[in-house]
Design a protein around this ligand. Structure first.
Ligand code: IPM
Ligand code: MG
Length: 369
């Protein structure tokens, strides 16, 4: 089969890891007899320098016409001025909203070979396997009004956390469905003791739960959840939550695995045949490592490409419907780790340290075999 992939490397190590992701996709194509056509776009700081905006409308259109989007990372000190009206992050927010990618899947899995890379004790992190489902196109990230103004008593600013019943229903349906394919336990995270929007989430959860009696479901307040994630992370299966809570909790949870350099993500929208919030596969999705541009190590062949390589596996699974190929990539990553190869971020004594390109080559060699 033939697939069109939009490739948006972005800034910093985004460029370097993307090269490895593409290498792996090409190797998959060869082994399984598929062809991937790549369409490159400039986004983030690079696009601000070239075009004055982080995301051109043409780039968004190009992505919409593709089967999937592979995204690197955007940002860097050069474009960090919080007062600037154009910011690199506008690229990723524009893509999420513009492509209606409302369901952000962030699996946090502790590789048996990497239990020692975590700052937490082995007995806490061993066997952790959590799937975060973060609502991605609503909540405080996109609520209006969002503005700042001056009054006689000084400056004021407002952000808005808003959710509609429909937005909550569709993300919950995705979460329940994913839980059904796993350990059948769904945790809903909110701040229902304070926020009206969270109370609506709970009400809607009760309704959607009735359609899903085979999945056990519970609630956590976000502050308590952040504590339990470190105390007993193994107890979590699928966690669904509002946009900003999901942003914060997934950075925290990434540390269970030892390095942000290991974690992939998929942002999915409703497929062409999807109705009533049901995801149907394959569907258009955007795939990105959860790490940023790491300006401190950019351009030095030090970045860990495994997060984008594991994102490629998700791309194959969700947007191409190629389960076997996806599993082959994940197994290739496992094998390379089992053979003791490590990038600097997950390095430990007695292991063999390699750079970005070498790590990519190793994975490719396992995919080819
Ligand atoms: C993430 C990032 C983004 C977010 C930024 C870069 C806009 O932190 O994907 O988690 O806040 O969603
Ligand atoms: Mg984040």
């Amino acid at each position: 089969m033939r697939f069109n992939i939009a490739v948006l490397p972005g800034d910093g190590i985004g460029q370097e890891v993307m090269a490895e992701g593409i290498k792996v996709l090409k190797a998959v194509g060869q082994r399984f007899g598929h062809s991937f056509q790549f369409y490159f776009g400039v986004v983030g700081g690079a696009a601000i320098d070239q075009y004055g905006v982080a995301l051109l409308p043409e780039t968004l259109e190009m992505c919409r016409a593709c089967d999937a989007v592979l995204f690197g990372a955007v940002g860097g000190p050069k474009w960090d001025d919080p007062k600037a009206s154009v910011r690199p992050e506008q690229a990723i927010l524009g893509l999420r909203k513009g492509l209606n990618l409302f369901a952000n899947l962030r699996p946090v899995k502790v590789f048996p070979t990497l239990v020692n890379a975590s700052t937490l004790k082995r007995e806490i992190v061993e066997g952790v396997d959590i799937l975060f489902v973060r609502e991605l196109t609503g909540g405080i990230y996109f609520g209006r009004p969002q503005k700042r103004w001056s009054t006689t008593r000084g400056r004021r600013a407002v952000d808005t956390l808003a959710y509609s019943q429909g937005e909550i229903e569709r993300i919950l349906r995705v979460a329940f469905e994913l839980a059904r394919g796993r350990r059948r336990h769904l945790t809903v995270v909110d701040k229902a003791n304070i926020l009206e929007s969270s109370r609506l989430w709970r009400e809607v959860t009760e309704e959607v739960a009735r359609e899903n009696p085979d999945v056990e479901q519970d609630y956590f307040l976000v502050d308590a959840c952040s504590m339990h994630l470190l105390r007993r992370p193994r107890d979590f299966d699928v966690v669904v939550t509002e946009n900003m809570f999901g942003d914060i909790l997934t950075d925290e949870a990434s540390m269970l695995s030892g390095s942000m350099g290991m974690l992939p993500s998929a942002s999915l929208g409703q497929g062409k045949r999807g109705r009533g919030g049901r995801l149907t596969f394959p569907t258009l999705g955007l795939y990105e490592p959860i790490h940023g541009t790491a300006p401190d190590i950019a351009g030095q062949n030090k970045a860990n490409p495994l997060a984008i390589i594991l994102s490629v596996a998700l791309l194959l699974r969700f947007s191409c419907g190629l389960d076997e190929a996806a599993t082959a990539v994940e197994e290739a990553v496992n094998q390379v780790l089992e053979e003791d190869y490590r990038t600097g971020d997950i390095m430990s004594p007695e292991m063999k340290q390699v750079g970005t390109v070498e790590m990519g080559d190793l994975v490719v060699s396992k995919v080819q075999r």
